[in-house]
Design a protein around this ligand. Structure first.
Ligand code: AMP
Ligand code: TRP
Length: 341
């Protein structure tokens, strides 16, 4: 039997290079080897201040973006078409402990962000319980592997704890404990401030859209923060130390598939003869080249949105069958009632 892979992504706007290299590239590659399911988690997107008019548009846009980079339609679902996720989420909220929930660092970061952005916005209880819903997203399909970026490590740990506690509380081995799959680039930094991760919440200059126009992408890379070219040699390794900004550009270059160019540039760097302007030019070119077919495919798919929507409604209905089966079994185990029993 093929192993089950599952991951989800929030419909909060355009896909950026951090999402792509940190998670989505893996979504595509894993499809040839595993049973894969990928969700657009719109219930999750409601936990931060959001615009109801935009939520549905964002969900469809993300579906088309994922299809454009190579995720198969039959592997995609939209969370609100599978309400069993929230039902299992409730059950898990009684299995997760309050104490462990208070240790979630993403909650601390995001609630801080809400406070900073607007004095009228409030921190929803949903933002606090969000990781429980995430555990339901994963465990409802008995996922073996979850491809995500580094920022999700703690949520995956919680998911494993919930699975384990459920199993021991109900004396069963029902839930599988999922494992994280990182890409080779689990953390892409902002090019404008390489000390922080690339992220939409940090502001416009801190993320580069996968479908942005070529000029904009190039401009953003050309203005990337590097260093003053005075990084010291490390006596022990015999190599020059590297700033976060330069290391980030190099990892992006490698992730674009330009391994040879990457290695050549590292040699130049160690010799002390690399010009950062040249590095930025090569990286910008690599990104534009890699994303050009994505942009084309997105335009094609966008021309027939109706067809895309029909495909995704059908795939969600198919994927829902597994979720419904899990819910029936969980209700049996926990003593809840099943409509047909
Ligand atoms: P989000 O847009 O925060 O819902 O993230 C979607 C996926 O992209 C998750 O698996 C994240 O771990 C991953 N991700 C987001 N930002 C980055 C980043 N800067 N570097 C690597 N992975 C990221
Ligand atoms: N919390 C994830 C993020 O912020 C999104 C997410 C929700 C997720 N449910 C999931 C990721 C299940 C993996 C598996 O990016």
């Amino acid at each position: 039997m093929k192993k089950q892979v599952l991951s989800c992504i929030q419909p909060t706007g355009e896909m950026h290079l951090g999402n792509y290299f940190g998670a989505v590239k893996n979504y595509v590659d894993l499809q040839s080897e595993y049973n894969c399911i990928y969700g657009i988690v719109d219930y999750h997107a409601m936990t931060m201040p959001y615009d109801a008019k935009k939520l549905r548009l964002n969900s469809w846009d993300l579906i088309i973006s994922l299809m454009a980079v190579g995720v198969k339609a039959e592997n995609l679902f939209i969370q609100s078409l599978i309400p069993e996720h929230t039902e299992l989420g409730w059950i898990f909220s009684t299995v997760a402990s309050y104490g462990e929930m208070t240790r979630m660092t993403q909650f601390k970061d995001k609630s801080q962000q809400v406070k900073e952005e607007s004095k009228d916005a409030f921190i929803s209880a949903g933002l606090f319980t969000y990781p429980v819903l995430q555990a339901a997203d994963i465990l409802i399909y008995k996922a073996d592997y979850v491809p995500v970026g580094k920022d999700q490590t703690q949520h995956l740990e919680l998911t494993r704890n919930i699975a384990q506690r459920f199993n021991s509380q109900f004396k069963t081995d029902y839930f599988v404990l999922p494992e994280i799959l990182y890409t080779e680039t689990p953390k892409i930094a902002s090019t404008a401030d390489p000390t922080r991760k690339m992220s939409k919440s940090a502001g416009e200059k801190h993320w580069i859209g996968v479908f942005a126009d070529e000029k904009r992408m190039t401009k953003q890379i050309k203005s990337a923060v590097t260093d003053a070219g005075d990084m010291p040699f490390n006596q022990e390794t015999g190599k020059r130390e590297m700033s976060e900004g330069v290391a980030n550009l190099l990892q992006i270059l490698k992730a674009c598939g330009k391994t040879k160019e990457h290695d050549d540039i590292v040699d130049l760097y160690n010799e002390g003869s690399l010009r950062y302007g040249d590095l930025k030019g090569i990286v910008a070119e690599a990104i534009v080249e890699m994303t050009a077919p994505f942009r084309e495919r997105k335009a094609e798919l966008s021309a027939d949105k109706k067809a895309v929507k029909n495909q995704i409604k059908a795939s969600s209905a198919e994927i829902r069958k597994t979720a419904q089966q899990t819910l029936r079994e969980v209700k049996e185990i926990t003593g809840l009632l099943n409509p047909k029993a």
